[in-house]
Design a protein. Structure first.
Length: 88
């Protein structure tokens, strides 16, 4: 799914849904990366670029780059409902 450029990420791709978690990857478009509320990591160069992977379960929303709120609303077998919106 495509997200606004202000979030510092390129399109987010779901790579797996299993064991109550949604695994995702995204290309970085900014010069930094932070996430709280989900497990994840990755690398970024000083000019942006690179990529990150993160895994989130149902529950409270995670904050990505202090700009984006990502919440796993529901997981149904091999499908998941995600809610993405600006923080604040």
């Amino acid at each position: 799914m495509t997200v606004p450029e202000t979030y510092g990420l390129g399109p987010i791709k779901v790579t797996a849904i299993a064991d109550g978690r949604v695994d995702m990857v995204a290309r970085l478009t900014g010069s930094g990366y932070s996430i709280s509320g989900c497990s994840g990591g990755g690398g970024v160069s000083s000019e942006g670029g690179g990529g990150v992977g993160f895994s989130c379960g149902e529950g409270p929303a995670a904050t990505v780059n202090d700009a984006m709120s990502l919440k796993v609303v529901d997981i149904l077998d091999a499908a998941a409902v995600l809610r993405i919106k600006p923080t604040g």
